[in-house]
Design a protein around this ligand. Sequence first.
Ligand SMILES: Nc1nc2c(ncn2[C@@H]2O[C@H](COP(=O)(O)O[C@H]3[C@@H](O)[C@H](n4cnc5c(=O)[nH]c(N)nc54)O[C@@H]3COP(=O)(O)O)[C@@H](O)[C@H]2O)c(=O)[nH]1
Length: 968
Amino acid sequence: MTAFNDGKARDPGGGPSDEERMAQHSLFQAVFDGSPGAAVLIRHKDGCLVRANQGWLALTGYSLEEVQGRTLVELGCWVDPQEGQDCWAQIGVHGRLKAREVRVWFKDHGRGPRRVRINASSLDGLRASDGRHVLLSMEDITAVRDTGGTSPSGVVAQNLANDRLAAQLDLYALTEELARVGHWSSDGKSVYFSPGLQKMSGAQTPAMLTVEEARRRIHPEDLQIYLEAREAMDGRVFEYRIMGPEGGVSWRRARIHRHCNSDGSFLDFGVILDVTAETEAALVLREQLAFIEKITSHVPLMLFLYERRGDGTEVFPFLSPGVRKLFGVEAEEARRDASLLFNRLHPEDRDGVRHSMDAAHFDGGIWSHEFRIIGEDGWERWLLGHAINRLEGDHLVAYGSVSDITDRKLAEQRLQDSEARFRSLTDLSSDWYWETDEQLRFIHFVGYQQNKILRSEAEILGKTRWEIGALNMSEEDWAVHRQVLESRQPFRDLELLRMGAHRQQYWVSISGAPIFDARQRFRGYRGIGRDISDRKRAEGETQRLAFYDTLTGLPNRRLLLDRLAQAQAACARTKRHGALFFLDLDNFKDLNDTLGHDVGDLLLKQVAQRLLSCLRESDTAARLGGDEFVVMLLELDEDENEAAAHAERVGEKILKRLNAPYELAGREHNSSPSIGLTVFSGGAQGVDELLKRADLAMYQAKAAGRNTLRFFDPQMQAAVLARAALDADMRQAVQNQELLLHYQPVVDAAGGVRGYEALLRWNHPRRGVLAPGSFIGLAEQSGLILPIGQWVLRAACHQLVTWSRGLDTQGLSLAVNVSARQFRQRDFVDQVLAVIDETGVNPQRLRLELTESLLISEVEDAIRKMAELRARGVRFSLDDFGTGYSSLNYLKRLPLDALKIDRSFVSDVLTDPNDAVIVRTILALAQSMGLQTVAEGVETEGQRDFLRDNGCTLFQGYLFGRPGLLGH
Ligand SMILES: Nc1nc2c(ncn2[C@@H]2O[C@H](COP(=O)(O)O[C@H]3[C@@H](O)[C@H](n4cnc5c(=O)[nH]c(N)nc54)O[C@@H]3COP(=O)(O)O)[C@@H](O)[C@H]2O)c(=O)[nH]1
């Protein structure tokens, strides 16, 4: 019999410490005590037993205390040398032995040897101590051998084969490492740290610590939690912090169990999980949530995590506090009951939200939807939801946010309303809206189609205004417009003439203003356009009426003056000359009087056309009115003589062309003009002055016999100026009592004074007494003859009244000259009668002298007026008889009293037989008509005698007395 001994002495210095043994024992028991029938021990390589499980103790009859630290030999445990030959050697050398059956004698030798099947394996992987361990398992097969049967615990023995056990222990260690779990076990005094826990606690952590050492590692703030769990021993899971050797903190999640041994002892062990990463992540998450809560507390924003499970259950595992603001629901409540949020959805939007959530899977998992909710207060609010959806199995998980966009939606709505209003306005009006980008290319045209602008939108979009072009804009004009745009200035009423699709022209007016964004960056232009074709047409018509003669279409006086002013300015610039023609048609009045105004108008139109045919583009032909035309030539030579010669050639051409026969209403008509011409340069003379000069020259042409051309004559101008001055002075004459009457006696054949002729004089303040020949014509033209005639009539009547009071003079008559303009006044008769009544004169003493030419134009009217006055006793003489038509037809119808034989006949009556015949004829005529005759200008006795001998009754002339003041 061989002692069951490896034959080696125990090495007291290198043997396991108590703590080691305790730890190994704890592990051993934790792992193997649960295997009934298995007898297992661990032996140190030095032969000392370090651990034995309950099965082994039961098999051998030892107590744990007896076996620990002792070798099997010391325990008196023998193995039959026959059977156990080299058995131990194998165990000692290799730590491996496969199912050897040996007889063993244990403590209770009385029971005889036990037959056991023994297995051994190395326990290097256990690393529970610094030495090499051997695990021995023994199966009691005594009964089996004795009876020849099979061991009921054979299977267990197989399972607990040393190799497998070692593998399990290795696996366990590895699992701990990988899972970052570990465990400790403690008997209340010392604590064994498993390899996993050691690794978790730091590389230098020993396997065995005292309880105090182990507890010092627990964070002071968490010690209480730990102790409570340790005390309660109720299997609770709890967490606490461990302070690392280098000051860090790590988190542990633990569960503690107590194992009670059969001998009443116990073993506590805890399974430890390192949850540092998880806990720190949770802390970070908590901080982040706090941050989210903080930043969203003032913003209508909610973050959420949503899950829809396979059974349709919906939950919000996470909701940020913003849910309160948006939905009026507390986050906690909504987390418990998702329907609280879904119920808030606007009924019209519910399906849409659901649909968009489902559809999000097909959109890369992105959900984005605008929807309405009905808030707590009953008001609609607009929300915008964004989420990333993910399917996890049959779970739909969505992470996202919901924000309040009510303000934006309202603003959009207002904008839409505004745009709709704007669109309806542009639809109703002819205006359109346009917009360009930063490069000034059109990007919008609204209301454009309604307008009759016939370009298509496609033709315009993407182009600049100048690329589209306008008929009235030159390159320079566009450059000016572009300058305005480039300086970002607004512009108004840019008027463009464009060509439509059907080649009809139209006018548009464009106004615009630059667009700047919130950061004041230029974004383009926007504005309106308007079709102003109608306005332009109306303006053109107005302009035509204002500046053109409606009959001939030529420029009128206003436009002529304007062009003349421009021409003068141009001449001043270019140093060149211009010329101005004043044309008046000869005898035009006769045409009007004989053939009527319509025919006169025909002539004027044809004259206008002929004038234009004589001129260049730059020249102007204008009609001032009546038969007066003006022609303006421009760009003549710088040399005045050359310019005058050129103008004369044009004048001759006009003269010739206007002299050609006209066809007027089927009749041939001949007409000629009188043309005045003046040459000008610069602005030395005003436009009125230039016109006057041409006008004067035209009068010169008239005076020269008409149908001719005359240049302006400065002498004539002086006369005109004098005339103008005289006219101005004459206007003061009546008021300043500068008028007076001279009286020339009218005598009978015996030389007795029968009366006088009142002859007007003007005692001019500077020029002395003026005869009527120097001012009556002007007074006729200006109309001043009317007040002057009134004054003469009144003065003459007063004189007659004076005479009526003298015996010598009461039989005198007084002749007063009446001008044509005076007589043609509608109320002439009333005026005369009023003076008669006013002065109380005897009308029979008053003799009004009328000229033939005065009577001839409106005979009937003259007869009526004369008859009315004649009825009151007023007498009439026909002045200058013989110089006019002297038609007997009207002569016999006029209520005349006397004929005055013109001085021109009288003066030559003795020398010119024709005049003598005329005088005799007049005298015979007067006699036959019962009229008196007054011979004017009798200067010699011979003349008087001839006249008297031929029947003349009254005489007037220097022979009897010059006109003068009475009493002289
Ligand atoms: N409407 C009015 N016309 C008037 C008025 N007063 C005059 N007149 C017209 O002016 C004409 C010129 O008048 P006047 O210069 O006064 O000349 C008159 C005589 O001085 C002149 N005369 C008279 N006798 C002689 C003479 O022997 N020789 C000569 N060379 N001249 C003489 O004749 C003029 C009178 O002419 P008449 O009137 O035809 O009798 C004058 O012709 C008037 O028409 C007025 O108040 N209103």
